[in-house]
Structures are given as C-alpha cells and as structure tokens.
Design a protein around this ligand. Structure first.
Ligand SMILES: *Cc1c(COP(=O)(O)O)cnc(C)c1O
Length: 404
C-alpha cells in the first residue's frame, strides 16, 4: 500500500523537529531531581508527615528534638540548634558572638549572598578576600593580610561541597583571637582530615557551624530549614535564646533575638533523609567521578579540584572553562535539554547592595577570573549513566567544535 508522499513528509518533519532528548526514554535532565529521590523514600516520608499532622505538634516537640539530636550525632557536634533557614543560622551565629556595627568579618566574595548579607544587615562590615583558584574556598593567606584591630570573625564557606582549609584557618583564628563561623550550607557531610590524622565533619570545626536545608541542598527539606552547630554549652544556650525571641523561659525576654524555627513536618522529613545522607553523598561523588573521567585530558575543561584532606560532597559539579564561550555553551546545552547554571555570576563585592560599603574597592582578580569562567552541570543523587553520557557528549561536542 502506497503511503502518500505528503504524509511521509509530515512524519519526517515531525521526527526532525523533535529535540533529541525525546527520542529515548531518558528522564528529563534537571540540575537536581528531588522528585525522583522522593519516590524512593515516599512510604517512610508520607508516614512521618501524616504522623506529625495527626499529632498536631507542628512547632517544636519531640520530632524536632529527635532530629536535632540525630544531626548532632551525625555531625559530631555537641549541640544542634534548628532554625528557619541557612541565612537565619548565619545571622543568629553573628548575633550570638556579639558581633556589632563597626566590627569586621572576613569572608570570601565568591559565595552565595546570604553569607555576607547578614553581616551587612547587622551593620558589620564584610571584608571580602580572595578564594583559592582550585578549591574555590577562602584563601588563608588572604585572611591574614585582611586582619585589622576591628576584625572579629572569619566566615569560611565550604563552596560547592569542598572544604575550606580549616586547619590553617583555625590556627590563624587562634593566633589573632578571632571567631570562626563555618558556612556549611553546601558542605554537610564533608569529612575534614587534620594533619595529625584527626577527622571532623565540616560545620563542627569552627566555633559555630551553619547549614541550610533548602530543598536543593545535599540534605534538603520539603521547604525551608536550617541549623546551627556548636560544641560550646554557653554559646548553644545563647543561640537557642536568640532563635526564640531572646527567651529561655517563656515570655521572659532577656536579649534581643528573632523568630527562627524549623517546623516539625520538615524535621520529620529531614530525619528520614539524614539516614540516607551518606548514600546520597556517595551517589554525588560517583556522578562526579563519571564526569571527571569523561573530561580528563581536555585542556578546555578544568574539572573540580579535590584536596586529599577532605571528602568533597559535590553539592555542585563546577567546571572552569578555558577559552570557551560560556554563554554559547550554556545556550547550546539548553537547546539539547541540558540545564546548566552559573554559581555565581556576580561576586558579592560587586553586588549593588555593597556599593555603599565600598564593595568595588576590593581588588579580587582570582574571584573575578573564576566568576567569568565557572559553569555547573547537573549533579544529584538520581543521575544515571545514560543521562551523564548524554551531557558529556554534548559538552565535549561543543567544546571541541568551538576550538577548531
Ligand atoms: C543556601 C546557602 C545559604 C542560605 O541558606 P537558605 O536556607 O537559603 O537561607 C547560605 N550560604 C550558602 C553558601 C548557601 O549555599
């Protein structure tokens, strides 16, 4: 039976116009795939959420306390103070350390804005310093140079999941009598090894550690959440009070605080996900290994550096591009159904919000250099080899073609 030519042409155009990612059964690519992750723990999560709803204990209570205790045990911290989000965690930490208007904190500029925004909110001056070109984390040498009599604290960020050089940072802090607040929002689960062989989880090394349970984080809630870590009993009490309107006894408000709570539904979900966190980290690391091997030897693509003193937890998988047009690559990938992101397109010191604090007076060539060259590819617990091979093939095809 003859098929009319018109119909054949119609089918041909239909096939040609389909984006290639629809030709197989491959799951659509996303920067993170929390929906698929949920399907695997759905039974446990649903039961836990229903149980909170039935108890009607939505704020505080056993579920929140149990999660805080389990997280403290996981992280090797004496105390965990749950709060509403990672930004609050940082703010409460700075308040508990009595950092005040006119004080200075030393932080990287190459970070998510929350790290430094809270300082500015409290009138504290952020002193932006360089990051290491390979680890993307604060450069210890730059810290020493930035210390003044007004310096009160150092805020290292374990960016993308790679730990900052904590041993050196802690010794600088000790020498100059400074506090260290770790921004562990991207680093939870990372294990840092000191030169004497001692191992500690990031977030438990500084005087205070802060983390976020934003859904896309490595330990992500189904909404907002955050936590503060410390080994210091007095500090723990103060952090707890500040997160709760400055009260220890209900309706007796001793110090100025704020209202920052993790709700029980989030805590119930997080408690289940905490049991899977190490396995989630393994999956992220395996995905990173796959990318590393596929990109090995390509001189246009610099794969993420991994110092051997810490366990990179790959919150992000971030490449440094050499002589590649980043915008064109990103557009090309988008056309193939592959998302990519720039974390972060503008470093903190160049944000408008810091104009009045002389942000652009800071001379940070490494930070600027990285900001122009980094690109993050999808990385999460649910990536399979078919998806990764598809991503790799298209990245390489663009990069190799562009270099002709
Ligand atoms: C996500 C994040 C925060 C803020 O956490 P929120 O829960 O979104 O407030 C702070 N610092 C870094 C490095 C982050 O990635």
């Amino acid at each position: 039976m003859a098929i009319p030519l018109k119909l054949l042409t119609y089918f041909a155009t239909q096939i040609v116009s389909l984006p290639p990612f629809n030709l197989s059964n491959m799951r659509p690519l996303q920067m993170v795939d929390t929906a698929t992750q949920y399907q695997k723990i759905k039974k446990e999560v649903d039961a836990a959420v229903i149980s909170v709803m039935e108890s009607a204990q939505f704020i505080g209570g056993k579920v929140v306390n149990d999660f805080a205790n389990n997280l403290a045990a996981y992280n090797g911290s004496r105390h965990v103070i749950p709060c509403a989000n990672g930004t609050d965690a940082l703010q409460i930490a700075m308040m508990a350390l009595d950092l005040k208007a006119g004080d200075e904190v030393i932080t990287p500029s190459f970070t998510y804005i929350a790290t430094v925004e809270v300082a500015a909110l409290l009138g504290i001056k952020p002193i932006f310093v360089e990051v290491d070109k390979h680890t993307f984390c604060i450069d210890p040498e730059a810290i020493e140079k930035a210390i003044t009599p007004k310096t009160k604290a150092i805020v290292p960020v374990h960016l993308y999941g790679h730990a900052a050089e904590m041993e050196t940072i802690m010794s600088i802090a000790k020498k100059h009598n400074l506090f260290v607040i770790e921004d562990n929002a991207q680093g939870i689960g990372n294990v840092y090894t000191f030169s004497d062989g001692t191992q500690k989880k990031t977030g438990s090394i500084g005087h205070i550690g802060c983390t976020s349970f934003y859904p896309s984080k490595n330990l992500g809630a189904f909404g907002d959440g955050g936590a503060i870590f410390t080994d210091d009993d007095a500090l723990a009490l103060k952090l707890r009070m500040i997160a709760s309107h400055g009260q220890q006894k209900r309706y007796y408000h001793d110090i100025v605080g704020c209202n920052s709570r993790l709700d029980a539904i989030q805590a119930a979900i997080l408690d289940i996900k905490l049991r899977h966190l190490d396995e989630y980290i393994d999956a992220r690391r395996a995905a990173a290994d796959f990318y590393d091997q596929a990109f090995a030897g390509n001189n246009k693509i610099e794969v993420p550096f991994r110092a051997n003193n810490n366990l990179h937890v790959f919150h992000q998988y971030t490449l440094i591009l050499h002589d590649v047009n980043r915008d064109e690559l990103s557009e090309y990938l988008a056309g193939k159904g592959i998302p990519s992101m720039i974390y972060y397109p503008v470093p903190a010191h160049r944000q408008k919000m810091f104009d009045h604090l002389g942000g652009s007076d800071f001379n940070l060539p490494v930070t600027d250099w990285l900001t122009e060259r980094v690109i993050s590819l999808p990385i999460h617990t649910e990536l399979d080899h078919e998806q990764q091979q598809y991503i790799v093939d298209h990245v390489l095809s663009f990069v190799n073609k562009a270099s002709l």
